[in-house]
Design a protein. Sequence first.
Length: 234
Amino acid sequence: MTSKEYRHLFFDLDHTLWDFERNSRETLRDLFTELKLESFGIASFGLFMERYEYHNKYCWMQYRNGKMDKEEVRVNRFIYALADFQIERKDLVYTLSDLYVQRSPDKLNLIEGAAEVLETLSPAYRLHIITNGFEEVQYRKLKNTGLLGYFDKIITSERAGALKPSPAIFEFALKRASAGRSESVYIGDNLEADMLGARNAGLDQVYFNPEARPHEEKLTFEIRSLSELLPIFT
Ligand SMILES: [Mg+2]
């Protein structure tokens, strides 16, 4: 495998470098304790989390189908989760949804190997981020976890005015980084937004697929752990 011609490595942030699952869970565990959800009749954090994850997934699906906006997702997932425990408390819903959004970006868990791999690759490549997210939130995650310094350009969908998988955000990123398509790779965990998006925009791709989800797409590289980036790029 030749990788000598690559000069720019573009990374996804959530679920690829920043451990979204774990950070989300930790935040909800803190809130479960702090807001004393047990006293409302939810027997354990595990039970709460199970219902939250179920409804969160459903609400994001509704979002993708244009049936909920972002604000509705943020609130509805808690309305539905609490309703499963016969709790109808608007005040509690808004407190949960506000504190969750405020606090989760301050959690520090990274995907295993993230810092080490960036440290190793940064002298030889220009590293950048392309992320669907808000400027303020995504910068906060990078700064808090100490990753910000590794990156040259941070491209958010908010700034680019387009969301992955739209080619527009990849074009915007290439331009900002003064990077050519053929010398650029995109590394991400989402098959559609990241891999098909990058491929359609003419970039090579590395699919970070830790759970080995089956698929039929032809992609440039596929890895199960971030440390597998090293044999590809060094
Ligand atoms: Mg991701």
